[in-house]
Ligand binder design. Structure first.
Ligand code: NAD
Length: 476
């Protein structure tokens, strides 16, 4: 975190918003309406643990209700506070607008260190927090739909869904009250990997365009690109894993809360992840050079830097020393407004958070739709698709033998072509489409408007215009 005089996270988001909105011509007053956070609810509740009552503080912030339900994760971390939750809720509004997920923006947080509690205690705390939010409609399939964020995952979402079901026994759409649930509790295939997968798809889209690559001083493909990842949690782990295994990138640095690992030849992401799961951090990992000062590794030379942990990690204090050509913000708000100015000046290209980590909310949207339609994606059409493909293959084979053409289908073609898409394939296809289309909407502005020199401003412009259009349609 920065020690210099830096604006808060929420002020930082507002500064970035202001820079973009100044380039737009909105009706008087609308700019302010879009910027402000509608409401933040603070709750303090007690849970009896280990023989005494412990009091917890939680928040649920609703930034914009231009579309409902509003959507945004619930974070469990000691750093949670009102300013942070409001900043994250605002980012959710812009993110949903940018990727056309039909939601307003919200976010929640509980000030807690989840590592200090066992599973049973965490369940009691999560259910009690959920109870407080559900009874005020701050968790509700039609009004406010949370999802996982730092410190929470499938397990917590399943507890929340069950708590809602207990309190709303006749709500047939109750499962849609929260996303990121396990598959057996109404979840969707591909949600756990979704945010990291979205980071991969975003980078692939960026690398498709030579002009964009040139702006970042890069050439070629993702193959062999040197990548540093901060935070090997849900988002960082999946992004690093897919980029390494499927695109041939080299993960040369991994930074965690207790230090960092570095290896120019590339780290074994799976092995490091296994070590962290077992030992709670990277310390002691035997097969790479360890560094106690994780933050210093953020400044190492690399092609792509992926901050995937906390906000404010690239700030006025260290921005000058960042050597990456390209930063993709897998975390929310990792680059402060001040650092953003410095990096832009240096010619570093930043793929902004509101786009880069939108894979999570995109697949959450698919999960919400699945819950409301009460049917798994692909269930109706998969076999029908297979039988139509079978027709084509049979016909090709018949032509080949009847006419004596001697055609041979390529090895593996039949298996691949005949298989109808299952839910996971459909989810990945929908996510890929979303990441490509939203990238192009930002890119168009980035390249076509002379007054826009960075992707973040472009992303804000796309998002603000969509939110504004939605207010206008309501007659506001
Ligand atoms: P997570 O809790 O699964 O992982 C966070 C990781 O960061 C953990 O491994 C933790 O040990 C590490 N970490 C904590 N402090 C650190 C520090 N000081 N330096 C380095 N590493 C540190 O959380 P997540 O769900 O992966 O979320 C990470 C970021 O991505 C957050 O900013 C979150 O808002 C954002 N995000 C998450 C999702 C999602 O679907 N989970 C979606 C969109 C955005």
């Amino acid at each position: 975190m920065s020690t210099t005089n830096e604006p808060s996270f929420r002020e930082s988001v507002d500064l970035m918003f202001n820079r973009a909105v100044a380039l737009l011509d909105l009706p008087p007053g609308l700019e302010e309406k879009i910027r402000v956070c509608n409401a933040t609810y603070t709750v303090r509740f007690g849970v009896r643990l280990r023989g005494k009552i412990e009091t917890f503080t939680g928040y649920r912030s609703v930034h914009s209700e231009h579309m409902e339900p509003v959507k945004g994760g619930i974070r469990f971390a000691m750093g949670v506070n009102q300013d942070e939750v409001e900043a994250l809720a605002a980012l959710m509004t812009y993110k949903c607008a940018l990727v056309e997920a039909p939601f307003g923006g919200s976010k929640g947080g509980l000030r807690i260190d989840p590592r200090q509690y066992d599973e049973h205690e965490l369940e009691l705390i999560t259910r009690r927090f959920a109870y407080e939010l559900i009874k005020r409609d701050l968790i509700d399939p039609a009004q406010n739909v949370p999802a996982p964020d730092m410190g929470t995952g499938e397990r917590e979402m399943a507890w929340i869904a069950d708590q809602y079901a207990r309190m709303n026994t006749s709500d047939i759409n109750g499962k849609a009250c929260v996303t990121g649930k396990p598959l057996n509790a109404g979840g969707i295939a591909g949600r756990v990997e979704a945010t990291g997968r979205g980071v991969q798809y975003a980078l692939r889209e960026f690398f498709r365009d030579d002009l964009d690559l040139k702006k970042a001083g890069l050439t070629g493909t993702l193959e062999g690109k040197r990548v540093i990842v901060q935070g090997l949690g849900n988002v960082g782990y999946h992004a690093a894993k897919f980029l390494r295994e499927e695109d041939g990138a080299q993960i040369i640095g991994i930074i965690e809360h207790d230090g960092a690992l570095f290896d120019e030849k590339g780290l074994d992401v799976e092995a490091v992840h296994g070590w962290i799961t077992k030992h709670g951090g990277v310390s002691g990992y035997p097969d790479a050079r360890g560094h106690e000062d994780g933050a210093a590794v953020l400044e190492s030379d690399c092609d792509i830097l992926i901050p995937a942990a906390l906000e404010g990690v690239i700030n006025l204090e260290n921005a000058d020393r960042i050597k990456a050509n390209l930063i993709i913000e897998a975390a929310n708000g990792p680059v402060t407004a001040g650092a953003d100015d410095i990096l832009r000046e240096k010619g570093v290209v930043i793929i902004p958070d509101m786009y880069a980590n939108a894979g999570g909310v995109t697949v959450s949207y698919f999960e919400w739709v699945k819950n409301l339609s009460h049917i798994r994606f692909g269930r109706m059409q998969r076999r029908q698709e297979e039988s139509r493909h079978q027709l084509v293959v049979d016909e090709l084979e018949r032509l080949s033998s009847d006419k004596g053409l001697g055609w041979q289908l390529s090895p593996g073609f039949k298996e691949k072509y005949l298989r109808g898409a299952d839910e996971l394939e459909l989810v990945r296809s929908g996510l890929d489409d979303t990441m490509r289309i939203s990238y192009q909407s930002m890119r168009k502005i980035w390249h076509e408007r002379e007054d826009v020199t960075d992707l973040r401003t472009a992303a804000y412009i796309v998002a603000i215009e969509k939110v504004a259009a939605s207010y206008r349609a309501k007659g506001l």
